[in-house]
Design a protein around this ligand. Structure first.
Ligand code: 3NM
Length: 201
């Protein structure tokens, strides 16, 4: 996990989410802290980015904890991302405070409209395409789901679910501000992250 995270950051990825649906809270906290140490350790070791690193490396990286506002604070992350079955956005906000980021997952237009009225800093919409990375995913929303979501909120819109180097351009053109990706970033982490960033740059 740490080697993969390091490759992504060296390639120029500026936001990482720690997501773990199976481990105990103690293990999650330990792993999340290890990711943070990697980022913070590199910041303080390098100061300015080393020549072989992307200019955005390390100091610009935001760390987001999935689901758990308590672990966001305990691991000193920059924000928390909640789903429809987690703490409500305003409850999560009460835990993490006003300066940390709060992200909210949505899966249909009704949820996007509700999310727009919350204090969430960004809204995720998905799954855009079929995904094998999430248990019991909601129905796919397609590019049309992104277009509809774009009409319903001016908050930053993150598209997620089945997004690849092949389809990410179309996802942005449909109105997403950014993409969240698991499978197409895993096999060759550095190479695929560089390619995503080149395509979206
Ligand atoms: N959330 P991949 S889809 C974690 O619809 C997650 O909210 C989704 O993984 C949602 O890039 C998804 O491998 C999985 O499809 C994304």
């Amino acid at each position: 996990m740490l080697a993969t995270a390091e490759e992504w950051v060296k390639a120029g990825v500026t936001l990482l989410q720690y997501r773990n649906k199976v481990a105990d809270a103690g293990v999650m906290l330990e792993q999340a802290r290890a990711v943070r140490s990697l980022i913070v350790g590199q910041q303080s070791r390098t100061g300015a980015p080393a020549p072989d690193q992307h200019p955005a490396s390390y100091s610009d990286v935001k760390l987001i904890m999935n689901d758990r506002a308590d672990l966001c604070l305990a691991a000193e992350y920059d924000g928390v991302h909640v789903g429809q079955d987690d703490l409500s956005p305003e409850s999560a906000r009460r835990v993490v405070g006003v300066s940390r980021w709060l992200g909210l997952s949505t899966h249909n237009p009704e949820q996007v409209s509700v999310a727009d009225q919350t204090s969430a800093n960004y809204v995720a919409i998905g799954p855009v395409f079929a995904t094998g990375s999430k248990a019991n995913p909601d129905p796919v929303v397609g590019l049309e789901g992104i277009r509809r979501a774009r009409e319903l909120t001016r908050k930053p819109l993150v598209a997620i679910g089945g997004i690849t180097r092949q389809n990410c351009q179309a996802v942005i053109e449909a109105g997403a501000d950014s993409v969240a990706v698991i499978s197409d970033l895993i096999r060759e982490p550095g190479k695929s992250a560089e390619e995503f960033l080149r395509i979206l740059g």
